[in-house]
Ligand binder design. Structure first.
Ligand code: PEP
Ligand code: CO
Length: 445
């Protein structure tokens, strides 16, 4: 790729792009971009630096990442209750994983900006009609009509406002006592009492209660848990006009941050889109790269040279999403990274390589998800590298989108709500945390 030395938030516009919307009304697009440029940033540079500092410690210290949330946030399925339940679920999972591994769990939501979706096909057939594909609420509507599928710039404004109010509530929860260890532990106790797998994880939950009681008996207040409440937001940096217009220069350092989120990642379908690579290289946020079996070690090293020429710690998170082929595709990449001494944090996204269709509906087997996670931990250990965390598509609602786990979801259509990929529901997410927790206890505890 051609390297022009000077980077600006808009320099991506000179490069060929993949997955870009086709806006018809360019005047409207410019008006929306102007408005977004004038809006306040959603996150603050110092917060981004804090996340980067934490990421730089993952490989050497007791830190583990839990990144999760919707495949695609929605304009219609939006409200305080959903945000609250999601934050609570992330905390419940963090307590389980943190207790079992002895590590601080760094929580990063796929939330407050995760709206734009890459699509493999430009068009999709619905009830015999060919329609432009749904690309996420920030671009067009999911309703199967030609009108709703038009790409509309003003949707970016609604996405910004929804992100701002989502983040506002998350910040209130972080500061307002939601992360009370007793409360979260009580939610977990209630869950194991009422769930068929309760018996299996009762002992583990009791041990957490005992530890809490012990801490308090020593006079240490377990109510205020600052590291438990801390929360960061993230999304795929797909829709570049939106990302560009939320770039801001930090007045202290003079560096440019994409202030739409703390952490941004480049997706599987755009790691070879020159415009996306150009945009990502210049922002001062830590960056994720989705790594699929399609990525060769040459591609990977080129991306790392491009995004992190000085090989700094905390800059790059590789989000491995390989499915079945992980056992063959990941070891050669890790060997190269080891040999070249590249500073990367390794996460596993066990969702995107395990999507199947059943009766025409997209789903994922819980067992396949667990299997990829297991293999990821094994391969990392074999290569002498740390498994730095997990990346999940999950929701606190009891949806029926993924199959398996101890509660039978029954028919997928019973409560299939996602507008994009199938998510783990709350029970499946907690079951995954308990199962992974037990394994981490053996490995790290
Ligand atoms: C996603 O994270 O929702 C996604 C589309 O992932 P990937 O780019 O890995 O396919
Ligand atoms: Co997805």
């Amino acid at each position: 790729m051609r390297q022009s030395n000077k980077w600006e938030p808009q320099s991506w516009r000179k490069f060929p792009i993949k997955q870009a919307p086709q806006y018809r009304n360019l005047e409207e697009l410019e008006r929306v971009e102007g408005e977004l440029r004038g809006y306040p940033p959603l996150v603050f540079a110092k917060e981004v630096d804090l996340l980067k500092a934490k990421l730089s410690r993952v490989n050497e210290e007791n830190l583990f990442i839990l990144q999760g949330g919707d495949c695609a946030e929605s304009f219609t399925r939006f409200g305080g209750q959903r945000i609250r339940d999601f934050y609570k679920l992330m905390l419940q999972m963090s307590v389980i994983l943190g207790f079992c591994s002895g590590m601080e769990i760094l929580k990063i939501g796929r939330i407050a900006g995760q709206f734009a979706k890459p699509r493999s096909e430009e068009f999709e057939e619905i009830d015999g009609k060919m329609l432009p594909s749904f690309r996420g609420d920030i671009i067009n509507g999911s309703e199967p009509t030609a009108e709703s599928r038009v790409h509309q710039p003003q949707r970016m404004l609604q996405a910004y406002h929804q992100s701002a109010s989502t983040l506002n509530l998350l910040r209130a929860f972080c500061n307002g006592g939601m992360a009370d260890l007793h409360l979260i532990q009580q939610y977990n106790l209630d869950f194991v009492r009422s769930h068929p797998m309760g018996e299996k994880y009762q002992t583990l939950t009791q041990e957490i209660s005992q530890s809490l009681a012990f801490i308090e008996s020593c006079g240490i207040e377990a109510k205020q848990a600052p590291k438990l409440s801390e929360f960061f937001i993230s999304h795929e940096a797909l829709l570049l006009p939106y990302e560009e217009c939320l770039c801001r220069t930090d007045s202290l350092s003079g560096r440019i941050y994409d202030c739409s989120a703390h952490f941004l990642w480049i997706g599987e379908r755009t790691f070879d889109s020159q415009a996306h690579l150009e945009f990502m290289r210049g922002i001062s946020n830590p960056k994720g790269i989705k790594v699929s079996p399609r990525m060769t070690s040459t591609d990977l090293l080129r991306l790392l040279d491009w995004f992190n020429p000085d090989n700094q710690k905390g800059e790059i998170v590789l989000i491995v999403r390989m499915g079945e082929t992980i056992k063959h595709s990941l070891p050669p990449l890790l060997e190269v990274l080891e040999k070249e001494k590249r500073e990367v944090v390794l996460l596993n996204d066990p969702m995107h390589g395990n999507t199947i269709k059943q009766g025409g509906i997209k789903t994922r087997y819980f067992a396949s998800i667990l299997q990829e996670l297991d293999r990821f931990f094994e391969i990392c250990a074999d290569c002498g590298m740390k498994a730095g965390g997990i990346h999940l598509e999950m929701t606190a609602e009891e949806v029926t989108e993924c199959i398996g786990g101890m509660i039978d979801v029954g028919s997928l259509s019973k409560n299939y709500q996602t507008t994009c990929d199938p998510r783990l529901n709350a029970s499946q997410s907690l079951e995954l945390a308990f199962g992974l927790g037990e394994k981490m206890r053996k490995r790290f505890g």
